[in-house]
Design a protein around this ligand. Structure first.
Ligand SMILES: C[S@@+](CC[C@H](N)C(=O)[O-])C[C@H]1O[C@@H](n2cnc3c(N)ncnc32)[C@H](O)[C@@H]1O
Ligand code: SF4
Ligand code: SF4
Length: 303
């Protein structure tokens, strides 16, 4: 049996799937942790999976990530097809490729744009001029009526500039979008993940120390959240399906029955329930991995 709290979380999580159609990207960020492998899912593969999934499970939201999905010429058409089916679409993007005028239902799309702190530090990671491109993307998206959020990588050098970053962002946009901070994937994550394990440049982007990580987890909205619960059916560009966006052990393939994939995710959470040692935790689909944050969670006060 899954713990009651995780059962409720799973019921909600199943209404939201994650798809990574490609790993390739138009940028080459200094601290990106993902490998730029070649496979790319076609729109037909994606739509077939979505249709099969909806036959067994209510679906409300799809989050797309990459690589950079807005580098795919047919991606705006795919978004439009899915929003026409009354699905809510989230796109995690670097915001440097502006295809917004092709989006037919702006209010059905949430653009989650990555901005890694103040302009100087963002551009040091992503390349000169890219901060302004991403800000212009956000301004345009807000004007069109899209939902907008920000993901922001935090490392030792930009941690103490978060307040300054939020002031700067609000000044640029007129509003402060919801921000989720992503602590730079810690060494334990990179050592353990079989594919997403690029170390990248460290000088100028040092990993957070243990106390910095704990402070960030307790003071800002972070991913993964200390309560976890971040599992969902997640399709990767090679057609493998995982139990979350950071998965390392597949549940199966996207051509398999979605009911079977969901049953395997449920089993993972059943075994998590039997071994979980954290109060109030919503569960993890890969407790042996846990994004490398288990040592930090052990140091946080238990609720
Ligand atoms: C791999 S990117 C793909 C989407 C898109 N290309 C972008 O940059 O937003 C997905 C998310 O991972 C974040 N990310 C990249 N490298 C990271 C790292 N070393 N630690 C934590 N998050 C990272 C990005 O900032 C982005 O929000
Ligand atoms: S963080 Fe995003 S934009 Fe930067 S290289 Fe990685 S996938 Fe591309
Ligand atoms: S490994 Fe666990 S903590 Fe990490 S994203 Fe997956 S479910 Fe969340």
């Amino acid at each position: 049996m899954i713990a009651q709290v995780a059962a409720v979380q799973l019921a909600n999580a199943l209404k939201h799937i994650y798809i990574n159609p490609l790993e390739r990207c138009n940028l080459n960020c200094q601290i990106c942790y993902t490998r730029k492998t070649s496979p790319i899912l076609t729109s037909t593969q994606i739509l077939d999976f979505v249709t099969a999934y909806q036959k067994v499970q209510k679906l409300e939201t799809i989050t797309f990530c990459g690589g950079e999905v807005l580098a795919l010429a047919n991606f705006p058409d795919l978004i439009n097809t899915l929003t026409q089916q009354s699905l809510f679409i989230q796109v995690i993007t670097n915001g440097t490729i502006n295809v917004l005028k092709k989006i037919q239902h702006p209010n059905s799309v949430n653009f989650i744009v990555s901005i890694d702190g103040i302009e100087k530090l963002h551009d040091a990671n992503r390349g000169l001029g890219n901060y302004q491109k991403s800000i212009n993307f956000l301004r345009h998206a807000i004007k069109l009526g899209c939902h907008c959020e920000v993901f922001s990588i935090v490392h030792h050098q930009n941690l103490n500039l978060i307040d300054e970053f939020e002031i700067e962002l609000k000044k640029e946009l007129g509003v402060l979008p919801p921000i989720t901070y992503h602590p730079r994937k810690p060494p334990l994550y990179l050592e353990t993940h079989p594919v997403a394990n690029i170390l990248g440049q460290v000088t100028g982007f040092d990993f957070l120390t243990q106390s910095e990580m704990l402070e960030l987890m307790q003071t800002r909205r972070v991913f993964p959240s200390p309560e976890l619960g971040c599992y969902q059916i997640a399709v990767a560009s090679d057609g493998q399906v995982y139990g979350c966006c950071e998965g390392t052990m597949p549940l199966g393939k996207m051509t398999e029955s979605p009911a079977g994939l969901i049953a395997k995710l449920r089993q993972r959470l059943e075994s998590w329930s039997q071994t979980n040692e954290f109060q109030g935790c919503l569960g993890c689909s890969q407790p042996d991995f846990m994004c490398g944050i288990k040592p930090y969670l052990k140091k946080l006060p238990q609720k």
